[in-house]
Ligand binder design. Structure first.
Ligand SMILES: [Cu+2]
Length: 145
């Protein structure tokens, strides 16, 4: 993430923009037709591990992280995330927020038996969700022994 050091005057102007409701973070716009979704597994599916998760995307393209190209970004899979991340910031990378910065469109995850939630968030070359954010429905799967 970039660190910005703003001169006092610019900071004042930025605060004014925030106060007036103009977004401060420069998020990449997404077209109205764009959508992310989980192709498989289906919501409510009972599966045997490891689980292959196939990512769906409409209205935008895939590019590796770090590559700035119009109307593209990469997928992020939220696994058993309690809450949706702050979509105005670059997404964290941890076991609950997995980045697919090589441009992958599917993955295989090993999950212990029981219920698990999966959700996709699309984000730009700097890992920041688009505006408006492209977030899939959160699905629940049950991994059987
Ligand atoms: Cu990312």
């Amino acid at each position: 993430m970039k660190t910005r050091i703003l001169p006092r005057l610019a900071l004042g102007a930025a605060l004014t923009l925030v106060a007036s409701g103009v977004a401060f973070a420069d998020r990449t716009p997404s077209p109205a037709s764009a959508e992310v979704y989980i192709v498989s597994p289906k919501d409510g599916a009972k599966v045997k591990g490891p689980v292959t998760v196939v990512f769906g995307l409409k209205g935008m393209g895939i590019a590796p992280a770090g590559i700035k190209f119009d109307n593209t970004g990469h997928h992020h899979l939220l696994i058993d995330a309690d809450a949706l991340a702050d979509l105005s910031q670059a997404l964290l990378a941890n076991e609950h927020n997995v980045h697919f910065g090589k441009g992958q469109t599917e993955t295989t995850v090993t999950l212990p038996p029981g219920k698990h939630t999966l959700q996709l968030v699309f984000a730009d070359y700097l890992h920041t969700p688009n505006d408006p954010a492209l977030v899939s429905k959160k699905i629940t799967v049950t991994v059987e022994k």
